[in-house]
Design a protein around this ligand. Structure first.
Ligand code: GLN
Length: 499
């Protein structure tokens, strides 16, 4: 069996129809990971014991001829910001290098209950802060399509495993674009659902009002199947919404004829790479050919999105990260003479430069005297940005934009310029500030063969519309997306055996 071609659906069907067993699938994936992941660095930890235990459970069900749950036998990967019981959980940070979680995140529980098999934990920017994965406290991830380039971030590992075929699907978190931008850079599908659609319980917090949990897959359908098992109200996350979960496959194949697709001028201005522009315009053309009405719209406050995001996100991060003091979790500096010194040394040694920069920025915008000028003002502008979308959705069913202004950039290209890095999120942060769902789907390739992503936004809880338009565009665009390229090892294998 060629595991590179497996989808969520076909993996389950293969187990159901006894063409293979879940255990054999897990074997095949670990073989591929052993052979290929050293060159990519997408995994931080493999949880073999747990994976084989789960595979045995699925195989026992299949042997008995019992009905199989919806993700039975599907090998997946989990970003290392989700708590996994008895398995190392680092958030990509040295400060949690030795942290083994005592409990599972709700999404982890739900995916396993649905029969999915977790192969391991994926590499990411430290505490999900970054757009390239170069802020990982351990090692960077290489883009499987071109090893000299970044996979995007912060969920770069989760995007890379799907692109490399070292997992069928995966999950990530998206605070300002961390699912959609790496999906675009790696040529896979990434979905950020509505705020509140998926429980955040057990997600290591970065910025709680902006953090979202969502899936990666090879196709829009795979993303829908994953979301189906992840979504829904859960009391342990008070912000999870009490809104019924529809069947996400019900409308996915419905024709898009007659739908109104908004195209916001602000997302096609200065700074947009010409190749990205023409690929996304071609994608919009395909939707027009399928019978959609293309409506030019304006989201006038878009220009304020990046500064607003970096005030709100850093403010919340500075508060969320106060808990890493060397007492309750992870690594502790042992050479402090007083309690305060121990805290300081632990945080100084444990956090990387970007995390420290954000804690300082966040502390500053929250401090007395500056709070009104920065934090309060950012909250007001956030409302204006949400209103832009609200008004647009009175006229259109979905909005289509580029996912990122450029294709994947080179490793090292932006590491010395935090502002340039922040601008990689220019088209994605808006959906986090407004809480609306957004998906990135592959949409052609650059001359250099790099994937380009097209983004689709919908109204709150209108994931069915986002999936439907995404599925239609995906099928219209089939053939224009990047193929898998030769993988060249770049660095030595790492020890990933813990857990
Ligand atoms: N790249 C953005 C940041 O650095 C978004 C990160 C994310 O979505 N987690 O904050």
């Amino acid at each position: 069996m060629n595991i590179d071609l497996l989808t969520v659906d076909s993996a389950r069907t293969a187990v159901l129809e006894k063409q293979t067993t879940a255990t054999a699938l897990v074997d095949a994936f670990y073989q591929k990971i052993d052979a290929e992941d050293a060159a990519i660095g997408a995994y931080l930890t493999l949880c073999k014991e747990r994976a084989y235990r789960q595979a045995a459970r699925v195989d026992a069900l299949a042997d008995k001829g019992d009905a199989l749950p919806p993700l039975a036998g599907v090998p997946i990967a989990v970003k290392d910001v989700f708590a996994t019981k008895d398995v190392r959980t680092t958030a990509g940070s040295k400060i949690l290098a030795n942290f083994v979680s005592p409990y599972d995140a709700t999404v982890v529980t739900r995916l396993e209950e649905a029969g999915a098999i977790i192969l391991g934990k994926t590499n990411c920017d430290e505490f999900a802060m970054g757009s390239s994965n170069e802020n990982s406290g351990f090692y960077p991830v290489h883009n499987p399509r071109d090893h000299a380039r970044v996979p995007g971030g912060s969920s770069g590992g989760s995007a890379a495993v799907v692109a490399a075929g070292t997992a069928v699907a995966s999950i990530g978190s998206d605070t300002g674009g961390s699912i959609r931008q790496p999906a675009a850079f790696c040529g896979v599908v990434g979905l950020k659902p509505t705020y509140g659609r998926v429980s955040r319980y057990g997600l290591i917090a970065f910025a709680s009002s902006l953090d979202h949990v969502g899936p990666f897959g090879k196709s829009v359908k795979d993303a829908a199947l994953m979301l189906q098992s992840m979504a829904g109200r859960e009391p342990l996350d008070s912000t999870s919404a009490d809104v019924p979960v529809p069947n996400y496959l019900d409308q996915i194949e419905q024709p898009v004829r007659g739908l109104r697709i908004g195209v916001p001028e602000e997302y096609f201005g200065e700074g947009l790479d010409p190749e990205v522009r023409s690929a996304v315009e071609a994608g919009i053309q395909e939707l027009a050919k399928a019978g959609c009405e293309i409506v030019p719209i304006s989201l006038p406050n878009t220009k304020y999105a990046i500064p607003t995001y970096y005030v709100v996100a850093t403010a919340e991060a500075s508060s969320n990260l106060a808990r890493y003091d060397g007492v309750r979790y992870g690594v502790r500096a042992t050479d402090g003479k007083t309690l305060a010194e121990m805290y300081r040394r632990t945080r100084d040694a444990g956090f990387g430069a970007e995390v420290k920069r954000r804690i300082m920025l966040g502390t500053y915008v929250l401090s007395a005297g500056y709070y009104d000028a920065y934090y309060l003002k950012a909250q007001r502008v956030r409302r204006l940005l949400a209103n832009d979308f609200h008004q647009a959705f009175a006229r259109v069913d979905a909005i289509v934009t580029p996912t990122a202004p450029t294709p994947a950039f080179k490793l090292g290209e932006k590491t010395d310029d935090p502002l340039a890095m922040y601008l990689a999120d220019i088209f994605t942060v808006t959906a986090n500030l407004a809480g609306i769902p957004g998906i990135s789907i592959p949409c052609g390739t650059s001359k250099e063969g790099l994937p380009i992503g097209m983004q689709i936004f919908g109204k709150h809880f209108d994931e069915p519309m986002v999936l439907r338009v995404g599925h239609a565009a995906e099928h219209a665009l089939a053939g224009t997306v990047a193929g898998k390229e030769q993988q060249i090892p770049r660095f030595a294998p790492n020890d990933k055996s813990i857990g």
